[in-house]
Design a protein around this ligand. Structure first.
Ligand SMILES: [Zn+2]
Length: 100
């Protein structure tokens, strides 16, 4: 959750840099080559997800928006990713979303 002081801790910064290095700066969703912008817990902390690289992934803006937690702390779409992100130039792979 955004207000969680954990996300300002040195431990989180260290984890985040590990994940960013692992991903090469790219979204880690299969088939997505977008620039990664958010390091996300696969199993969220409120559900007991570990603060460990194996439970973290680098997400692009589109994929983060799909499952971002609302003010109530509940993930959108039940935490499931739908669209396959975008290509290396940042364009959505889903043609229904159009270009720009
Ligand atoms: Zn993505």
């Amino acid at each position: 959750m955004p207000g969680d002081p954990f996300y300002r801790s040195p431990a989180w910064r260290a984890l985040r840099s590990i994940v960013r290095r692992r991903s090469g700066g790219r979204c880690e969703v299969s088939g997505c080559a977008c620039q990664g912008v958010v390091v996300d817990h696969i199993v969220s902390r409120r559900d007991g997800g570990a603060d460990y690289p194996g439970n973290l992934r680098h997400l692009c803006r589109d994929h983060d928006n799909q499952i971002k937690e609302g003010a109530d702390g509940v993930r959108r779409n039940g935490g499931r990713l739908k669209v396959r992100g975008c290509d290396a130039d940042g364009w959505p792979l889903d043609p229904a979303r159009g270009r720009g």
